[in-house]
Design a protein around this ligand. Sequence first.
Ligand code: CA
Length: 213
Amino acid sequence: MDVGSATDTGRVRERNEDALLVDANRNLFVVADGLGGHAAGDVASRIAIERIGGSLDGGVDPRRDLAGALRAAHDAIVQDVRDHRERAGMGTTAVVAHLADGHAHLAHVGDSRAYLLRRGELQQVTVDHSDGLRITQALGTTSDIAPDVTDVELVDGDRLILCTDGLTDMVADDEIRDITEGAADAQTACDRLVQTALAYGGVDNVTVIVVAP
Ligand code: CA
């Protein structure tokens, strides 16, 4: 398996509130985009990464486990806000991929995305939890969450891309496809995707993981 990842604060924000997890031993990959700058979005995305990583133990049922991991992360952020009132309002998106049995099992909350690049075609696998202007659910901020869970049967040559909106708001899907397709390996793809987002303004934190199973 060839895996790459990259994250950058961007050119405008003072802090990087995105977080990522690459756990190649467990074939587990997570991208999270913290919300609520003054209210510790970076804390929320870090809690999500830690909790999702900690609650998946090679699972019997990837579907149930992924949704459960997102719920555990949500609960942990809510509890953290109870313990630290100054963090009220913090939350995070999360998109999780767990590769097992020739499938990519995916779950997400919010507008961080998973794409599948297959035979030169880029397909957005996740549907944003967004009304176009704002996120309609996020870990920690909405009273309850309803993660979307799906899976993709993988074929030779597939590449999976997980990313925050700091990439997709800056770089069009066609260019994400061309950059990933043209890169010699996953890390090169990630580096070029982030550099392109920065070149186009980098107004947000930008984070991407590319997996070639
Ligand atoms: Ca963002």
